[in-house]
Ligand binder design. Sequence first.
Ligand code: NAP
Length: 475
Amino acid sequence: MGSQRELQEGYRIPAKPEEYLKLNYIPDDADIVPSPPIQNGLSFPLAASEIKFLPLKSVKLLTINSDCKDVIEITLILKDENLTYIPGDTVGVIPKNDPLEVEEIISHLGLRDKLDEKCTLLVENSSENGNRKPKELPAHLPKSSTLRNIFESCVEIRGPPKKIFLRALAEYASDENEKNELLKMCSKEGSAEYERVFSSSSGTSPGFGLLQFLKAYPSCIPPVSVLLQHLTRLRARPYSIASSPLVEDKCVRLIFSVYKERDSKGVCTGWLEGFLPPVNLEEQLSSLSLSETMPEVPLFFRKSSGFCLPDDHSVPLILIGPGTGVAPYIGFLEHLSALKKDYESMKCGEVWLFYGCRNPEQNLIYENYLKNFVESGILSRLFLSFSQYSGSFDGWNGSKYVQESIEKVGGSFVEQLIDKGSVLYVSGDGMHMFKDIKEKITALIGEHKGVTAEEASDMVKILITKKKYLEDIWI
Ligand code: NAP
């Protein structure tokens, strides 16, 4: 136990972690909470509200024959009148793991017939524990439940196992080669191999999850309690709210993209996609007869990051957000539109939107909606960019990326940002876009204001400090 190290062919193998979680199956008539609160009622990081169960109002596919990803819109009814949000706010959706994936995992462990049996979880502290802090049941796990509930709703089954978890699993690989491979990978010397096997991601891969692990090391059949001791808590997935609370029939609208390939689907997006009405008529009829009531989506409102409209609506806005990065801006535009209806004399500043997608024939989501905002004067200018398109499209100047659109606007962009005092918002993929856009804007300021690169960079920093340059970064 503890920090002992075993030496094996030059690899320092960490000691096997102590196993302290016990799982017992109990008789069906035993008195347990049949459906415990989500993850034992444990609050979620960044939660600004309790968990709410919002009924689905509609689910729509927004893309048309898209190549690899679809975009789906989910509208949820905000039935609690006291509950509200502001455009730019985000929610954490508490997903469920794919039931088929869960069944495959449990079947691999030989426990298929135990999946829906009642069980209890308890901690057995070893007498060798000495003065160390007694182990406790992980807070996200219920004391009593079923394996199905625990694996679907409480633990993360995607994502690579940490080395300590791998060490625990190695113990249960009956094949010597598999066992040695696992033992080596959890040593310091085996780090490169660990990275190669578990961190290799194609960019579309949802990660090396538990099921992939069990398929790659089929002789490894650990006790389910060992899995539950090491699997981390199922995380809530954040989404921007793409609606305004001011529109009639107060709702929360979310949009998200989901890969078409089953193996590439994310946990939450794959689960939410399951609410799309079936295409096939027979399936539609059977799903109608099965569900009288609309399903509910558990979520909580997250603490605001300050990515919101300025209090003074006469301040001009520059909104930049390709793909589903447009989500918060749909909320902004709806909000300004609703305010304008209520207060006709309200003066709104100019709103420019830089928006893009791959191909306007497939994934230009909210095309008509945005055009309506242009026609009603809420959106002053709409700049489109299409990264994988060579045709012609009304109002498109050939820009591939939003940065290219910004560059083409050039001096007017700088004037709008600096001289007219716009608030600039950027929302989208955190990998490269934010850096690319910041560099482009810095270069434009340098060019059009006749300042050095350093001075331009300082001007951008000042905008950020003054909250005139806001970023909503999604990793
Ligand atoms: P996407 O289809 O992958 O990309 C949208 C467009 O952005 C494509 O034309 C893409 O071009 C382009 N693009 C790629 N890299 C870029 C870069 N470095 N700079 C500028 N443009 C770039 O978009 P998506 O799947 O909707 O994802 C958009 C991002 O927004 C995700 O990171 C998502 O997490 C985030 N987001 C989501 C929400 C939400 O609530 N769901 C809210 C805010 C932001 P290519 O042809 O090169 O791919």
